[in-house]
Design a protein around this ligand. Structure first.
Ligand code: GRF
Length: 216
């Protein structure tokens, strides 16, 4: 069976992206990473992707100023050009507009470093420590218009240990993220293959068509 063409959006170190790329090299893994996009040109993940033989593009959000949608039109153009069928957000630190979320409805995954619905948003590990939680973890979910919500695809749990700091806890969670995300992506890719690639959101393929090709 062919691999589902998957794009990964990053903003930083890209360790989750690297875990997805590594997993996707196995012959029987149902997804293949065809494109990595970063909104920050100096993201370390871009070099990691290229070193792994994956096309990697920087689409800087700064020239677009407050016009987040136009930035997303540029990303969408790159996704369409790469023939992407799934999108995995992996440390992508921009809040999406309804345009991109709708275009990829049911086809966009995110990994969040908490046991959702606990701690959506930032500083998840600090908040878990401040709440004196006994465990922390990570969640992979489908992306919907609300931040860090959407159907859960999987969770990984780790204990919070005496003396933990944000850094030690983040490192323990990250190890689990690198196993959880490839497992969840595989499930979604397999389901797509089995269901015969049903159409995604209301605006794809050619999500840009609706916007008059307003691309830079
Ligand atoms: C991860 O903790 C992920 O859960 C969160 O951002 C971090 C990204 O790390 N969304 P990396 O760029 O994958 O190394």
């Amino acid at each position: 069976m062919r691999k589902v063409r998957t794009a990964v959006l990053i903003s930083g170190s890209g360790s989750n992206m690297a875990a997805l790329v590594e997993a996707s090299k196995a012959a029987d893994y149902p997804a293949g990473v065809v494109l990595v996009v970063s909104n920050t040109p100096d993201a370390a993940g871009l070099a990691k992707a290229r070193a792994a033989g994956v096309e990697a593009l920087a689409i800087d959000h700064r020239p677009f100023g407050k016009d987040r949608e136009s930035h997303e039109f540029a990303i969408q153009a790159a996704l369409e050009q790469a023939g992407a069928e799934l999108v995995a957000l992996a440390g992508y630190m921009r809040i999406l507009t309804p345009f991109l979320v709708r275009a990829w409805s049911g086809r966009m995954l995110n990994i969040h470093p908490s046991l959702l619905p606990l701690y959506p948003g930032l500083h998840t590990h600090r908040r878990a420590l401040e709440a004196d939680d006994k465990e922390a973890g990570a969640t992979v979910h489908l992306v919907t218009p609300s931040l860090d919500e959407g159907p859960l695809l999987g969770q990984a749990r780790v204990p919070i240990l005496p003396g933990d700091t944000e850094e030690t806890l983040a490192a323990r969670v990250l190890i689990e993220e690198h196993k959880l995300y490839p497992a969840c992506l595989a499930e979604v890719a397999k389901a797509l293959q089995e269901d015969g690639y049903p159409p995604p959101g209301d605006a794809w393929p050619g999500a840009l068509g609706k916007h008059g090709g307003a691309l830079g």
